[in-house]
Design a binder for this molecule. Structure first.
Ligand code: PLP
Length: 428
């Protein structure tokens, strides 16, 4: 199947990390998922800690989500016209995120961040944007910039096919470093339109802002009249019902979303105050459109997911936090007991075991991880039926469908992985 796919699709995949290039094995082809479990086409069963890279907080094939999608499909899949479901989903999102008064739906996180940046530039009439090294905001040209660790270095494209001119207004700064941000604002006085950040980074592995970092971003952007964009594509409805902004008590000017709000179908969204959102066409001069945006299937899946989360948020988020804590500590202890250095980062149900002594607080410290140890860990866990992100630099997720039993099995697999002899003699 992999060979067949490779003949027609670059690398055999429709998104690069699925190719397992970093871990040197062929990726499983998935036949089906249910709850916390996945089955591949060879009949192997896995406990899934990817959850489609974030969307599946309720697990695979959650019954009310499946019903919502099939009910919607029977009435027609897309009209390119308004439906009541769009306002239903908007309403529940705006309730959860009180800093947002209006929201616009798009089809992916990439579209959401690209549009939010266009809007920030439209509202400030400034050109420069600030992003942080190791943060991923989708694959729009101006955001595909890693850049070195130099302070306020002009953007260097992180992909072929992106002319330097397209990233010359992108400043890539180290995460968790307020001084470099202050320097950028003084060097580019009144020229920085926005600061975009993953409030808890998931795309260099899980890396939270250190104490006061997000609050400082809020203060500085306010002082400089720049737009603060929280990219909550991963963290929205994941870390709390109201996302990272609820967890940390900070209101950005614009928020981007995706993943969970689509309940497993392709959706993105961006939103903020009415004042800024009313700059979007047809009310204002900032153009953004989409043939399938707000389509009935995606709205139905997102609505079923968010309604379930809303009704059960008290139990769901505290249970996710508790179970994820047990899992992350248990696997980290298995590594430590075997003498393998590990730094476990976790916020709620988002986590990464970095194979380095740590602490991991930015891209420079994350990239010190021993990727060969990660590779061995990943492959052994996969052989033991544990499906983890195939990269040291991607966060793993727990879903509400995971059980204590899943956690115990996963910790047992980690013990066998790190200390095969000892685990064997213990008779497990
Ligand atoms: C996944 C992700 C994106 C991109 O979303 P797509 O739907 O893959 O385009 C953007 N920002 C963050 C923080 C993400 O995790």
């Amino acid at each position: 199947m992999q060979k067949r796919a490779e003949q027609m699709i670059p690398g055999g995949v429709n998104s690069p990390v699925r190719a397992y290039a970093a871990v040197g094995v062929d990726p499983p082809f998935i036949a089906r998922g249910e709850g916390s479990r996945l089955w591949d086409v060879d009949g192997n069963e896995y406990i899934d800690y990817i959850g489609s890279w974030g969307p599946l907080i309720l697990g695979h094939a959650f019954p009310t989500v499946v019903d919502a999608i099939s009910n919607a499909a029977r009435k027609g899949t897309t009209f390119g016209a308004s439906t009541p479901a769009e306002s239903d989903l908007a309403e529940i999102i705006l309730q959860a995120f009180p800093g947002m008064e209006k929201v616009r739906f798009v089809n992916s996180g990439t579209e959401a961040t690209m549009s939010a940046i266009r809007l920030a530039r439209a509202s400030t009439k400034r050109k420069y944007i600030v992003k942080f090294e190791g943060c991923y905001h989708g694959h729009a040209d101006a955001l595909l910039v890693k850049a070195g660790s130099g302070v306020a270095t002009l953007g260097i494209p992180g992909s072929a096919g992106v002319p330097e001119e397209f990233t010359q207004f992108t400043l890539a700064l180290p995460f968790n470093d307020i001084d470099s941000l202050e320097l950028a604002f003084s060097k580019y006085k009144h020229q920085i339109a926005c600061v975009i950040v993953e409030p808890v980074v998931g795309n260099m592995g899980c890396v939270p802002g250190s104490g006061g970092y997000l609050a400082a971003l809020r203060l500085i952007t306010q002082r400089e009249n720049a737009v603060l964009i929280f990219d909550e594509v991963m963290t929205g409805f994941r870390l709390a019902f109201g996302g990272a902004q609820e967890l940390y008590g900070i209101r950005p000017d614009l928020t981007t979303m995706g993943k969970i709000i689509g309940g497993g179908l392709p959706v993105g969204a961006y939103g903020g105050s009415s004042e800024i959102m009313d700059l979007v066409a047809p009310l204002g001069p900032m153009y953004q459109a989409g043939t399938l945006s707000g389509n009935p299937l995606a709205m139905a899946a997102g609505l079923a997911t968010l309604r379930h989360l809303q009704q059960h948020k008290q139990e769901i988020y505290s249970r996710l936090d508790k179970l994820a804590g047990e899992l992350v500590d248990g696997v980290a202890a298995a590594a430590t007991d075997a003498g393998t250095p590990v730094c476990a980062n976790r916020v709620g149900s988002m986590f990464t075991w970095f194979f380095t002594a740590g602490p991991v607080s930015d891209w420079a410290s994350a990239s010190k991880s021993d990727t060969e140890t990660f590779r061995r860990f990943f492959r052994s866990m996969l052989d033991n039926g544990i499906y983890l992100p195939p990269s040291q630099f991607e966060a793993a997720f727990l879903s509400a469908a995971h059980t204590e039993n899943d956690i115990h099995k996963t910790i047992a697999a980690a013990k066998r992985t790190f200390a095969p002899a000892r685990a064997g003699s213990a008779g497990s």
